[in-house]
Design a protein around this ligand. Sequence first.
Ligand code: MD6
Ligand code: FE
Length: 221
Amino acid sequence: MNPTTLDLFADSEPEQQPRREQIGERSYVLRGFALPWLERLLPALEAVLAAAPFRHMVTPGGFTMSAAMSSCGTWGWTTDRSGYRYSRHDPQTLAPWPDMPSVFFELAQAAALEAGFAAFVPDSCLINRYIPGAKMSLHQDKDEASYAAPIVSVSLGLPAVFLFGGFERSHKSQRVPVFHGDIVVWGGVDRLRYHGVLPIKEGRHPQMGEQRINFTFRTAQ
Ligand code: MD6
Ligand code: FE
């Protein structure tokens, strides 16, 4: 084959979807990044949920959140009438949160590295479960002791529209579709951007059923 033939051949190939989409100065969607990890991830998730089942928490304002939550790692994020905070213990079982499974930690660290954040050491993984109709209102993640570390957010199951906003609630948000296996990573100058999730549409995911599961990894302390 001469070089011309090679070039023609390359041009006839279907365009490959970029695996890494930039959505902010230091924010990326890593398409399908979690898929090769699922065989190890899902059994580990089951074990965490057996020890710390999903529950609906109440905001300081008295609203019950539509996403059900659990946590693993040293610090679990919780909310009740007295405020948002990280706690070492599950307020429902009074036991320490389950350890973060090594496959969770390794996936989060690999995703952070892929997005340009070396040596991410998450000590908290919040697990959100959305059924159709559940949503997450625009908010900032600012209960952490430092904003130096990025956030790594893994989407599984039903698709969602992730809202990626600015630095004030009123700023216009980008609508970023996220699918099974996608990971959103952001940090640095983007660390305090507002974000949320539009209500999940009815549907059934072949592996995960009628739900969306999200893992949010953070360095809390
Ligand atoms: C969710 N995520 O995607 C909710 N926070 O279900 C979050 O609130 C979130 O995805 C910080 C960073 C990434 C996130
Ligand atoms: Fe958040």
